[in-house]
Design a binder for this molecule. Structure first.
Ligand SMILES: *Cc1c(COP(=O)(O)O)cnc(C)c1O
Length: 445
């Protein structure tokens, strides 16, 4: 490769950033963020505050009556879209047998089973559609903030919203969330999908009346084309997965809800009871928003790690080189081809990388083969079925037990607290996967 990347030959890059060599060889690795800092030392420069997250939560609460009406599956939770947090002791035991010790509890946050769209995108994606709905409804005098929003389910409002279009670029799951909620409100929805998107996700979207436009290229291209097309029309709104603060806030609400679940289960998070959270990362909005929310609540007591496929380590590349969205994995000959379709992103969000700069503990990469293996072990031990992307978190507790992980524990004085720790693997999708597709995944494991 003799092409220059931002004016430098690849050898110069590797000299300056030696871990690039490991990434280019597609080897699994754990990167510890050298800029990770104590919460107190960075608190003053945080750009998104607790009040922003609270406002997002209140907005979701205002829409809850409407959601309960439009999606009967959410009636029981009164229109609150939330997922279970469960302990997975049998899975833990199996992982210990295969890979060595995991000190502390192992838990699974089942965003795979979020109502409506069965993935983490039901947080950010749906939130942004609702935010846009509220903005339009307020501007046009259809509602006031004190109203019961369930009245928006009436046909006359649907007709109003049908003048407007929402567009989004997606590897599949974001499109599903925007499509499911958008069409129910009455919007026209256009989803621009990358070549990685699964057939069944496209079929499901079309069955909901969503227009699906396919691209031969990858996710970042689908976003670019979608943005261009949307900008041409005044009545079209583009959900910008790479830069959206709304999406980020929608995701961040998860942290407050998680705290409530941990409290109810009497699971402590404090100086003596550290919390480790492992989040699969694509462009970064989902894991970034959640990690950010958790840091605001638990500060130095929570340790957040992102997980990326060895073939798509875009956030690692961006944060490690501090070049963020100025570089993509393809620049370095990494092909961005992974079966973890939800994580198949070559260029990370610069907004998320910079926002998490001092807050994220580290990032690790994982081989596709391992995803299927974890998928099968989880199915066998706990009868829980996830999509491949959602299994990336399971390598986290194993990496923490590695030499590199021990270094992190020592640096942060955690060694003697690990028996009191909690590890949460964030399971980001899976409940909508058709049975035959899931059967294939399982057999690959
Ligand atoms: C989108 C997605 C992620 C990651 O979210 P980003 O916001 O793209 O980083 C993880 N898992 C699944 C299943 C997803 O669909």
């Amino acid at each position: 490769m003799d092409r220059l990347i931002l004016g430098h030959a690849i050898e110069e890059w590797i000299d300056k950033y030696p871990l690039l060599d490991t990434m280019i060889k597609l080897e699994e690795m754990l990167w510890l963020n050298p800029k990770y800092s104590s919460y107190k030392s960075v608190e003053n420069k945080l750009s998104i505050g607790e009040d922003d997250i609270e406002a997002a939560e209140e907005r979701l609460n205002r829409f809850a009556p409407l959601i309960a009406k439009l999606f009967p599956e959410t009636e029981k939770s009164r229109g609150i879209i939330e997922s279970p947090l469960v302990q997975i002791s049998k899975m833990r035991y199996e992982l210990i047998k295969l890979y060595g010790d995991i000190r502390g509890k192992l838990m699974l946050k089942k965003d795979s089973h979020l109502p409506i769209s069965g993935s983490i995108k039901a947080r950010g994606g749906i939130y942004e559609v609702l935010k846009h709905t509220e903005d339009l409804a307020l501007e046009n005098g259809l509602i006031s903030l004190e109203d019961d929003y369930s009245k928006l389910a009436d046909d006359k409002y649907k007709e109003f919203f049908s003048q407007y279009t929402i567009q989004v670029g997606s590897t599949g799951n974001l499109g599903l969330s925007i499509g499911m909620m958008g069409t129910q409100i009455g919007f026209k929805v256009i989803v621009h999908v990358s070549s990685d998107a699964m057939e069944w996700k496209k079929d499901l979207l079309r069955s909901k009346g969503v227009t699906v436009i396919e691209y031969e290229s990858d996710y970042n291209k689908a976003v670019e084309e979608g943005r261009k097309l949307s900008d041409r029309s005044e009545k079209s709104y583009f959900v910008d997965d790479e830069n959206s603060k709304s999406l980020f806030l929608g995701y961040s609400v998860a942290a407050k809800r998680l705290k409530k679940q941990l409290d109810e289960m009497n699971i402590k998070v404090d100086e003596e009871h550290p919390l480790f959270v492992y989040l699969p990362c694509g462009v970064g909005g989902g894991p970034g928003g959640i990690a950010y929310g958790l840091k605001l609540i638990y500060k130095d007591y929570v340790h957040c790690f992102f997980a990326e496929p060895t073939h798509s380590p875009c956030m690692l590349l961006g944060m490690y080189t501090e070049k963020h969205d100025k570089v993509c994995v393809q620049d370095f000959g990494i092909d961005n081809k992974t079966m973890a379709d939800g994580l198949a992103v070559g260029r990370a969000s610069g907004f998320v990388g910079k926002t998490l700069e001092d807050l994220l503990s580290g990032i690790y990469t994982i081989d596709d083969k391992r995803l299927y293996k974890y998928l099968k072990i989880l199915a066998d031990t706990e009868s829980i079925y996830l999509e491949p992307s959602a299994c990336a978190g399971f390598l986290g507790p194993i990496f923490i037990n590695s030499e590199q992980g021990q270094k992190y524990l020592e640096e942060h004085n955690l060694q003697n607290k690990m028996q009191n720790s909690t590890h949460i693997v964030w399971a980001t999708g899976g409940s909508l996967v058709p049975k035959d597709v899931m059967g294939d995944y399982y057999n690959l494991g």
